[in-house]
Design a protein around this ligand. Structure first.
Ligand SMILES: Nc1ncnc2c1ncn2[C@@H]1O[C@H](COP(=O)(O)OP(=O)(O)OP(=O)(O)O)[C@@H](O)[C@H]1O
Ligand SMILES: C[C@@](O)(CCO)CC(=O)[O-]
Ligand SMILES: [Mg+2]
Length: 319
């Protein structure tokens, strides 16, 4: 029997990078899904990453001590999640025997484009393995385990991506904790139409981008400004104002050197034909989120001129 798990991706509306240093962030799950299919009756643990053309096999007794550091970046997240999940189930959930399995993972999320592909495959891996052994985990356990994977691979991370993806909703992160967004704000955000624009694949790894930002000499001052923007967002109920706040947040991320020429062109188009936009996720390329207004066709034409065609319209939904 094959067990299937589906996990969303996420978009950060405000606060990426600053959130790693304990400032607030606002993020929502979006309906681009990662699928995990797991089945038994194998002699080894086999992991197949269809999108990345990677297959990995290991004897069950070796997974507990597997050294992740030597693996290629494409395998690292899923292998680390497999190891952590199995060790956690043995240590805290009474798993006594590591029955081999085959786990196949594939996703609609563009890889390394700021939409949380890493967190989505990690959460999929953890949920697939716990399902396979018939053990249910609380959301909090999944979030903490997935966060440890992101942190151990990237060096620095926040729980934003893993919490948003696990809870599949609209989340506020504050001082390293998460909570479901208060209803008044989520009701307003539900009336907004967002366009996610997959601008270009990033050329720097999330780990390097997070590190570079953390070393910036004006980090504290710039993060405080992001904190002020988020306070304004919480009390704002105007789309026009929300778009302006997105552009303000983008301008600060630009000062950290994590925007690109092409991302900035898309932001200029969003100012002209929409309420505004900002890069989302770690940056260095990747995706932009735009708050749409009526001139969507003009915006799409402009994006085509810039050479961008990968767009995905989304609304905040209660999954
Ligand atoms: N479809 C997939 N199958 C297997 N592994 C994947 C897949 N998509 C992403 N990954 C893993 O996630 C890594 C990319 O993570 P990275 O954090 O750089 O990008 P992201 O999560 O999409 O962006 P951000 O963290 O800014 O939201 C890949 O190198 C790979 O290890
Ligand atoms: C850049 C960052 O803030 C968001 C990546 O999606 C890193 C993190 O919060 O782990
Ligand atoms: Mg990631």
């Amino acid at each position: 029997m094959t067990l299937t798990v589906k996990t969303p991706s996420k978009v950060i509306l405000f606060g990426e990078h600053a959130v790693v240093d304990g400032y607030s962030a606002i993020a929502m799950a979006i309906d681009l899904k990662t699928t995990g299919e797991i089945k038994g009756n194998f002699e080894t643990i086999t992991i197949e990453l269809s999108d990345l053309n990677e297959i990995f096999e290991i004897a069950p007794k070796l997974i507990k001590e597997l050294d992740i550091s030597n693996f290629s970046p494409s395998l690292k997240y899923v292998l680390c999640a497999t190891k952590y999940a199995i060790n956690y189930l043995i240590e805290f959930k009474g798993l006594t025997s590591i029955t081999p399995f085959k786990l196949k993972i594939f996703s609609e999320i563009p890889v390394s484009c700021g939409l949380g592909s890493s967190a989505s495959v990690v959460v999929t891996t953890i949920n697939s393995i716990s399902n396979f052994y018939g053990i249910s985990l609380k959301n909090e356990e999944v979030i903490n385990m997935a966060y440890s994977v992101e942190k151990d691979i990237q060096g620095r991370a926040s729980i934003t991506d893993t919490a948003t993806i696990t809870l599949s909703g609209m989340i506020e992160i504050y001082a390293g904790n998460y909570k479901i967004m208060p209803k008044e704000l989520s009701e307003f955000i539900k009336t907004c139409n967002f366009l996610i624009v997959n601008v270009e694949e990033r050329t720097r790894k999330t780990a390097d981008l997070v590190w570079e930002v953390s070393e910036h000499p004006q980090k504290e001052e710039l993060f405080k400004k992001i904190g002020t923007i988020i306070e304004k967002v919480k009390h704002n109920r105007s789309k026009e104002e929300l778009g302006k706040l997105m552009v303000e947040n983008h301008e600060i991320l630009k000062k950290f050197g994590i925007s690109t020429e092409k991302l900035d062109l898309v932001i200029e188009a969003s100012k002209k034909y929409a309420h505004g936009g900002k890069l989302t996720g770690a940056g260095g390329g990747g995706s932009v989120i735009i708050l749409l207004k009526n001139e969507k066709e003009e915006l799409l034409k402009e994006l085509k001129k810039i050479g961008v065609t990968g767009t995905f319209e989304c609304k905040m939904t209660n999954f």
